[in-house]
Each structure stands twice: as structure tokens, then as C-alpha cells.
Ligand binder design. Structure first.
Ligand code: ATP
Ligand code: MG
Length: 304
């Protein structure tokens, strides 16, 4: 499907994403559709492994755009996200320039404008945000991944980009988007984002999928799994998440874990989920020993 075709309606977008292996529920597709049509950044919040990053990747394929990814972390600085000047090259360039005394006849001409000499395009190192603005048609998909991991001051660097799709570089001027980049921010909500960031974005909370969607995802991604096994995986994981004791788990399994679990079970040639099989493979679903123990203590209820 062409990018224009994918944007014809929400249903068309759902179908185009599905063609790329991403099964989106309608509310998510609506949020994406509106973000694209209104040219607004989209902030996706949700638990780990519910498909936030994967959505940006699938969307880039649907829109036939290059994806640029900014992986955020604590202590990240503007120069890693926006741009920086290549100081070493600037210095070398300055050193190589003729000194004014070498040409005593025309001192004014021999004293070049140093600023012009050092703030040239070739000394500007473009980082993902600036690369996204500069990307020629059809433009970029910019994924600002796990923005909650960066510290609060970093969010201030994003505001101009998110609000106006431009970046002001004091020594250079303002760079405006050639084609509006499709911009997706993701957050695991380890902390609340600043209102100023949220105001500039559309927002969608990504929940765990319902059992039918999870089954469809597992079947699509692990075609070697029998329908019966895939169904048992989807049922089991849905039960884990909705159980009365679900809050005893520190971290619930995401879609990524369900898919991985189905793959593991196929590898072990398991035909059916039984207690020994679940216990032996618990480390695919849970990554904390306390959670594995909680699982074991409720196994009967989950397998009933
Ligand atoms: N709707 C979906 N359709 C198809 N596959 C999906 C979907 N959602 C998730 N997945 C699968 O789950 C995996 C994990 O998803 P993803 O990495 O996008 O999660 P995430 O929300 O970004 O997690 P984290 O917060 O840990 O980064 C993907 O690689 C993909 O295989
Ligand atoms: Mg992710």
C-alpha cells in the first residue's frame, strides 16, 4: 500500500500496519492517524514490551521513510540529540588560515571573518533531531525512545522541535523542517514528563492487548507454533495479567515475552502447557526471581 493509501482512513492505516506485521488496535490506529494528519508528534506511554518502539518501526515502513532513532538516557545532552560543532576540525581550519601579517598590503581583507570561517556547514555535526529536520522528501520518522529516561532539563531541548519542527542554532540560524518529520516519543512512565512536552504532542496510553490480539500477534510472529499452543500461551499470559494476585508481580510479561515464550516452547517441542513446562521456562516470561516464585505459588490457579 502506498503511504497516501495508508492515510486514506483509519481502516486503511490498520491494514497497512498489519501488512508490515504490526497489529494495531483501533484506538491506537486512530491516535496515529490523527498525529499524521494533524502533523503532531505522538507520545506513546505504556508498560514495557507492549509495542511502542515496534510501532514506530512499522510506521516507517508503511510511510516508506527512513527511521531515525534517539535512544534517551540519564545525562543525555543537547549535543547528542540536536547538533554539535566539530571543534577539532574548526581549530585545524583556523590554524591553516593565512595569518593577517602574511599579507601586509591589505590587512582588512587578510583578517577574515573568523565566525564565518568556523561556523560552516561542514563543521556542523547533525544529530537525530537536526537530521530529521534536514531529511529530504519523503522525510523521516523520528523515534525519541524512552524519553522518561532522560533528565528533565533535556526535555527543554525538545520543545522547539516538537512545537515548531525547527531548531535554532545561535551561531548559524534557524533550521526548519524540509518535510515535517513523523515524530514518535515513547515513555515507560518511570517519571512524569513535563507538561510543556505533553502539550505539544498527541497522547496515547498503550495497554496490554486483549487475548485475541495477543493470539494473532503470537501466531503471526511464531508460525511454527500450533494454534492450540499459541492459544494456551495467549490465555496463560492474559490470566497472569488479570489475576487477583497480578499486583504481586513486580513486572508483568509484555507482548515481547509472550512471543519469546511461544518460540521457546516450540523449540522445546512442547505440545501443551503443564506445570513442569511452565516452571522450566519461567525465565522467558519473568526476569526477577521474586516473580518466578510468585508464578510458582499460583501455578495451579493459572493452569486451571
Ligand atoms: N501490535 C503488535 N503487533 C505485532 N508485534 C508486536 C505488537 N506489539 C508488540 N509486538 C512485539 O513485541 C515486541 C516488543 O515490542 P516493543 O519493543 O515495541 O515494546 P516497547 O513497548 O517498546 O517496550 P519497552 O518499553 O521495553 O521498550 C516487538 O518486537 C514485537 O515483536
Ligand atoms: Mg521500546
Amino acid at each position: 500500500m502506498s503511504p497516501a493509501g495508508a492515510l486514506a482512513s483509519i481502516d486503511a492505516l490498520v491494514a497497512a500496519l498489519a501488512q508490515e506485521g504490526y497489529l494495531a488496535e483501533r484506538r491506537l490506529a486512530t491516535a496515529v492517524f490523527l498525529a499524521l494528519r494533524l502533523e503532531r508528534p505522538l507520545l506513546l506511554e505504556g508498560a514495557p514490551g507492549v509495542g511502542k518502539t515496534e510501532l514506530a518501526k512499522a510506521l516507517a515502513r508503511v510511510m516508506q521513510r527512513q527511521m531515525l532513532r534517539l535512544q534517551c538516557y540519564d545525562g543525555m545532552e543537547q549535543r547528542e540529540a540536536l547538533y554539535e560543532w566539530n571543534h577539532a576540525a574548526q581549530l585545524l581550519h583556523l590554524r591553516a588560515m593565512p595569518s593577517p601579517t602574511e599579507n601586509a598590503t591589505d590587512t582588512a581583507a587578510a583578517t577574515p571573518n573568523l565566525e564565518q570561517a568556523v561556523y560552516q556547514d561542514r563543521f556542523l555535526i547533525r544529530r537525530p533531531l537536526l537530521q530529521a529536520l534536514d531529511m529530504p522528501a519523503p522525510g523521516a520518522v523520528l523515534l525519541i525512545d524512552e524519553v522518561d529516561r532522560a533528565d528533565e532539563p533535556f526535555e527543554a531541548f525538545l520543545l522547539e522541535y516538537l512545537g515548531e519542527y525547527q531548531i535554532s542554532i545561535p551561531e548559524w540560524g534557524t533550521v526548519k523542517a524540509t518535510v515535517t518529520p513523523i515524530t514518535i516519543l515513547t515513555s515507560n512512565r518511570t517519571r512524569d514528563l513535563h507538561d510543556a512536552v505533553k502539550r505539544r504532542c498527541l497522547f496515547h496510553w498503550m495497554d496490554y492487548p486483549d487475548q485475541a490480539r495477543e493470539l494473532a500477534i503470537v501466531r503471526a510472529q511464531v508460525p511454527q507454533a500450533s494454534e492450540a499452543l499459541a492459544l494456551q500461551v495467549a490465555e496463560f499470559v492474559a490470566k497472569v495479567r488479570s489475576a487477583a494476585f497480578a499486583s504481586h508481580f513486580e513486572r508483568l510479561p509484555g507482548i515481547a515475552e509472550s512471543v519469546e515464550w511461544a518460540r521457546a516452547l516450540v523449540m522445546l517441542q512442547a505440545q501443551n502447557l503443564d506445570a513442569p513446562c511452565v516452571v522450566d521456562t519461567a525465565g522467558v516470561l519473568f526476569k526477577q526471581q521474586d516473580d518466578v516464585l510468585t508464578l510458582q505459588s499460583h501455578l495451579d490457579a493459572l493452569l486451571a
